[in-house]
Design a protein around this ligand. Sequence first.
Ligand code: PLP
Length: 450
Amino acid sequence: MYYITASIVHWRSVHTRVALLLSHQHVKDMKIDARRARLLEFESEVRSPFGTPVYVFYEDDIRSNYRRLRSALDEQYPDSTIHFAVKANYNPGILSVLRDEGCKGEVYAHGELTAALAAGFDPVDLLVTGMNRQPADLERALEIGVERFLVDNDAELERLIATASETGKRPRVLIRGNPAMDVPTHPEVATATRETKFGLDIGSGRALAVARRAVGAREVDLAGIQLHIGSQIRGIEPYAQAARRMCSFATDVRDELGVEIDVLDLGGGFPVPYDEPVPDAAAIIRRIAETVHAATDEADLARPHLVLEPGRRLVGNAGTLLAAVGVVKETPHTTFAVLDAGTNAVSSYWPYPVYALSEEVPAESYHVAGPLCYSGDVIAEDVSLPPLDRGAVVAIDRIGAYSLGSASHTNAQPKPPVVLRRSDGSIDVVRHPETIDDVLVRATVPDDLA
Ligand SMILES: Cc1ncc(COP(=O)(O)O)c(C=O)c1O
């Protein structure tokens, strides 16, 4: 977290470059005034009984995010499934809203599989991904009825083959390809570049070699191919490029191995508008659909079942962190509003909208900082806010993706509670506040030093 300021600065340079590509297909979906008004309506309820800091999630937002993507797919590519990338938010209470919508899940290894089961997902609706799953985890997943596994490398394919042979199950396998693409996003979340650890390189034939092994093994069934180009992708064209590369890979699989793939999984990456407009998800889906239609027609391939694995887009705008100002501190250079939550409570890199829960007009400029013991603990710089006093509540908005998972105990700080505002207006606690005892519970002192 020490690098958050530098990361945001870096992000801004990527961002400026990408802003040049904006077109009519991009939407500005900020509506911050409406979001503030909604919070003001029930602020006291969500702050009670825990006070601040508190994460607030909205059931309505999660449902409408899912429905928008689903209806775009229904129009453009009906033979398709949405698997929520559970890594974006593995709180079972939040996951259960998506499960209730009919969304399926992409779970990374044993931990997220367990979270999805706690949320009531049926194992057959889960795609298990990972890059170093142990035989015991694969065995457990097979035993409980998971049928589909993503394969990122040859070692894991061998483990899966061995485990399948022991359990007598025949899992369906998707090969994760890497087309070596540069994409417009933060470099740490670009996942199909030449340098990344993820996937099997397509250009050098490694992906085809692993697909060949899967086709040749009677213990598994090659179902399809997958890629995930990265997160918070700021353009539409990278999706078209990725779809073309994968259709070309599917053609190689057919020509070289004599197998037509059933499933084309293009991963996630759909962006959320933090401080700038981003491509409309329906426009991305339209572009994917037209590209897959054209590429499969050209290669005379059967139309595959399309899978998407969005995470951020389904929950990013559905969560807000509320924190209270504890100290207003003037230095010769700036004025800091110091909150009771810091940068360790939100996923790094992104320029989250920050505003005060107040009807007053913004009139002062603040650096909004956390209470943590490092200089980089600044959530946003030069934010125009109404005059703040101790107790004023500030919203750090659209933090719904990845923040709960990356929140840390820096300076032995307990993690804030999570509440879900239900569609009927009631509030459910979906994660209770931690205490300092929770932070220390697994730590021990050697006997001779106790
Ligand atoms: C394999 C895979 N699928 C889907 C996602 C979800 O990405 P996003 O939240 O940007 O949609 C990720 C994110 O890291 C991923 O690694």
